[in-house]
Design a protein around this ligand. Structure first.
Ligand code: NAD
Length: 369
């Protein structure tokens, strides 16, 4: 039976890399019924919102989506579609593997880190008070009464909620993930010494659950120390579990360690729905030029295939990407090559077909996590 999947091409380079990923998935022979749903800046003018209800309806009905990046204007315009999607569909876990891929020049030859990021709480929960607004004036009065804190009149405020329930589910998800993927250790990053009542909750629940799951090694460190460890001894880190904001920042850092944003895939998962998307954004600087690296989107599609139970197809895509990169002839310019997006997609798709026909190289390279 065909898998129904919502495909959101997105903004900027989104449609280019989404087309590339679709070509590669179709090359696996896995039957996918693509339900293409536009969202983002492209539909804002037409439909008055960047995230029309039809997109959510489609994902709720299909339960699985492959999504390109969507532009979020800085400091105004509309609320981030990405944040809204994660909250509307309760996609509480972001999984972002970063692994050094064959033939990719890197200062760090053996990076193999998975960032698991809590996706719905923290400073990204969307609780904001605009500078000068009547709501902020009321908040100032409350803060004065409750905490004897005098908020500066020219301040804007973003609130950082972290709950026991929100933390427990991501911690349990991380232990389950580590066990299923045969990972050896979870490291939690936090700043609980400064933010005792938000990061403090995250840290204490993580320790509590670690006590109940002694089969997976566990440690914790402050997020600034974690940043240092990532660039000095990345090979010592395995699964890194973080609250929302730190997870966003650290997953880009890990992408950089392993060869760049053009290679970093990701999944947003909840109990009911799954949305697969690359870590990178809409890259307006290179949009429409046909030069974007589609590998991050292709590897996100490979994660999607694994999620759909199509393990051989997922492995074939992961191995084909590895093989094309190792051969080195077809690479986009972010990796030092001259190939365009479509050329890379065609090379990977051709390798996938060879592999699944049984005549391609069969060296087992681990597919995406
Ligand atoms: P970006 O990831 O779009 O680009 C950062 C740099 O990396 C740019 O130089 C870009 O050219 C390069 N780059 C990114 N992806 C690439 C690829 N596949 N191939 C080659 N080069 C690539 O980050 P940004 O410029 O900070 O963000 C642009 C827009 O994307 C913003 O509106 C931001 O909010 C949005 N964004 C969306 C998502 C998402 O939809 N999940 C994620 C991050 C950023």
């Amino acid at each position: 039976m065909a898998h129904a999947v919502t495909l959101v091409p997105g903004d900027g380079i989104g449609p280019e890399v989404a087309g590339a990923a679709r070509l590669v998935v179709d090359a696996t022979g896995v039957e996918v019924r693509w339900d293409v749903q536009e969202a983002g800046a492209a539909v804002l003018d037409r439909e008055g919102t960047p995230l029309p209800e039809r997109v959510l309806r489609s994902i709720r009905s299909n339960r699985t989506a492959l999504k390109g990046p969507i532009t979020t204007p800085v400091g105004g315009g509309f609320r981030s579609v990405n944040v809204a999607l994660r909250q509307e569909l309760d996609l509480f876990a972001a999984v972002r593997p970063s692994r050094t891929l064959p033939g990719i020049p890197s200062r760090y030859p053996s990076v193999d880190v998975v960032v698991i990021r809590e996706n719905t709480e923290d400073l990204y929960a969307g609780i904001e008070f605009e500078r000068g607004s009547p709501e902020l004036a009321r908040l100032r009065d409350e803060l004065r009464a409750l905490a004897w804190f005098e908020l500066k009149p020219d301040a804007g405020v973003t609130v950082k909620p972290i709950s026991i329930s929100g933390t427990r589910r991501i911690v349990l998800f991380a232990f389950d993930f580590a066990r299923r993927q045969a990972r050896r250790r979870i490291t939690v990053g936090h700043k609980a010494n400064i933010m005792r009542f938000s990061d403090g909750v995250f840290l204490s629940i993580a320790w509590e659950e670690a006590g109940r799951h002694p089969d997976v090694a566990f440690d914790a460190c402050q997020v600034d120390e974690l940043a240092l460890r990532l660039v000095t001894e990345p090979e010592a880190l395995d699964v890194v579990l973080l609250p929302n904001l730190y997870g966003d920042i650290v997953s880009d850092l890990c992408a950089g360690l392993a060869g760049g944003l053009g290679l970093a895939a990701g999944a947003n998962l909840g109990w009911e729905y799954a949305v697969f998307e690359p870590v990178h954004g809409s890259a307006p600087d290179i949009a429409g030029k046909g030069v974007a690296n589609p590998i991050a989107m292709i590897l996100s599609a490979a994660m999607m295939l694994a999620h759909l139970g199509e393990t051989p197809a997922s492995n074939a895509v992961g191995m084909s990407v590895g093989r094309v990169l190792q051969e080195g002839a077809v690479r986009t310019r972010d990796l030092g090559g001259t190939a365009g997006t479509a050329e890379v997609a065609e090379a990977v798709a051709a390798m996938v077909k060879l592999m699944l026909a049984g005549s391609g190289p069969s060296t087992p390279d681990r597919g995406p996590a």
